[in-house]
Design a protein around this ligand. Structure first.
Ligand SMILES: [Mn+2]
Length: 326
């Protein structure tokens, strides 16, 4: 990991123009890691652009540099750029840039900075630590290995990643190193209060009403020991809420003291169904089930997207869990 961090540092020094990319529908870890990096590149006067394939959730706009991330795909025609750094994405498709990268006629390098267990090692350089709590932890190590000073802006951004992925130090990603790094980041001036407000205290009355509707449909699949529910497009329309804002529900379901696996189905506009697994049970590695369904993630939190409609998708997922359990 130390050697990779050094190699990445060299590539950055040599690069003319760098494109930074988080995964689609980015969360606090993807955005925190990217903006910490953006602060570093700004400080060393390295030309760069931050690109996201989808819109950024509204609540992150107060995090420094988030407003400078754009979805303008013409960045991929910029003749000068020669390096892409992808954050918190197990594959290029999840980052929404597989098509752009495959279509480039010139030679560029891709750097993959991540912590997903299912990461496909798609980069020319891969700084991936499957045991890391967050991509923010990997970025923190990148800065440390290269003796890069972590300023207040970087510390605050990295806290956003750690707090998001450990669900405020409650889920199984919470580790000794995540807590040690957090205390370091606070000592560097990281603004924990701001991050708490950005990541958690961000729910409107309508969002909580939507949660209520979704949670009122909770069911238990007795044979599989799966607790599940679903959210439809008409739910989102009714409460006038973008899909990305509904993200916390699956984490909240993890508070249940019942069931082996929690599962949330979300209907997408294109008749696809997005599923999110959560578990706190040591007997399950939900990333393996998600992978089987074409998705990926972590042992205790993973997701996938498959064809709808809902009923058909649910059937397929239950069959897959059944096979996994055998
Ligand atoms: Mn992450």
């Amino acid at each position: 990991m130390y050697r990779t961090a050094k190699q990445i540092h060299n590539l950055i020094q040599e690069a003319n123009h760098i494109i930074l990319v988080p995964h689609k529908d980015p969360d606090g870890d993807a955005l925190g890691s990217l903006t910490a990096f953006k602060q570093y590149l700004t400080r060393i006067n390295k030309p760069h652009t931050a690109y996201c394939a989808t819109e950024i959730p509204e609540n992150f706009k107060d995090l420094r540099h988030v407003q400078d991330i754009n979805s303008d795909e013409t960045v991929w025609q910029n003749n000068n750029f020669d390096l892409v750094i992808v954050f918190d994405s197990g594959d290029l498709c999840h980052a929404g840039i597989d098509g752009y990268v495959a279509g480039l006629s010139k030679k560029i390098s891709v750097i993959n900075i991540d912590h997903h267990f299912t990461n496909e090692q798609y980069g020319h350089l891969n700084m991936v630590s499957p045991n890391g709590s967050s991509t923010a932890e990997v970025v923190y190590n990148f800065f440390k290995y290269n003796d890069i000073k972590i300023d207040e802006v970087m510390a605050t951004s990295l806290l956003a990643g750690l707090i998001t992925d450990t669900d405020f130090y409650t889920n199984s990603a919470t580790s000794l190193s995540s807590l040690q790094i957090t205390s370091k980041l606070i000592s560097y001036g990281g603004n924990l209060k701001l991050i708490k407000e950005i990541v958690f205290k961000n729910k409107t009355i309508d969002v909580l009403k939507l949660w209520g509707a979704v949670l009122s449909r909770l069911k238990k699949h007795e044979t599989l020991d799966v607790i599940y529910t679903y959210m439809t497009q008409s739910d989102l329309e009714k409460y006038n809420i973008p899909e990305s804002v509904s993200d916390g529900i699956s984490n909240f379901m993890n508070n249940l003291n019942d069931g082996g696996i929690c599962l949330l189905f979300k209907e997408l506009p294109d008749n696809k169904i997005k599923g999110s697994f959560r578990t706190t049970n040591d007997n399950f590695d939900v990333s393996l089930i998600a992978k089987e369904l074409g998705g990926g993630g972590h042992k205790k939190a993973a997701g996938f997207t498959i064809d709808g409609p809902l009923k058909k998708a649910a059937q397929r997922v239950f069959t897959t869990i059944q096979t996994y359990k055998k």
